[in-house]
Design a protein around this ligand. Sequence first.
Ligand code: IMP
Ligand code: MG
Length: 181
Amino acid sequence: MTKPAYVIDEMISAKAIAARIETMCRDISAEFCDTDKLVVVGLLRGSFVFIADLVRELDLPIEVDFIEASSYGDGMESSREVRILKDLRSGIEGRDVLVVEDIVDTGHTLSHVVQLLKTRDPARLKTIALLDKPSRREVDFRADLIGFDIPDEFVVGYGIDYAQRNRNLPFIGKVRFVEDG
Ligand code: IMP
Ligand code: MG
């Protein structure tokens, strides 16, 4: 069976992403200016590009850690069952935590991770997502900071994949399937 062919149409340019990150970092710096205990937690793997750009715009003393949760297979539909594949290296009790996600879709992944991390008694826990598809939400959850609300389209690039491909695109693009041949 051959995989369906697709093209990628640019939706959010690299320049627009960079500009939005700059403004969001002002909000983050204001929120966390009073602490030297901030841990920025990236959700693997999709947030790796976003977190790299984000922390370089933050003029705060921070640590960086990662957690990996899986809800997607290689397809386009969430399995809605969230598993922790790799946990944090650091303890977060009494610390300030900023969880960084690439995209919130049904909401299951980020809300599950937030619930889990809250059981560890952080002093403060905030969430940031580069993208949000509010029309797809299945659980009552909204990140504290959102880069862009987008319509119900499957997107790739800037860390985000389709079947593990296209993470290295510098922009966010939407996947459009085309007839073969
Ligand atoms: P949720 O649990 O349904 O909110 O899904 C969140 C996760 O699904 C994200 O961290 C992404 O890894 C993945 N995801 C959601 N929408 C897309 C998309 O449009 N393209 C690629 N991955 C997506
Ligand atoms: Mg993800």
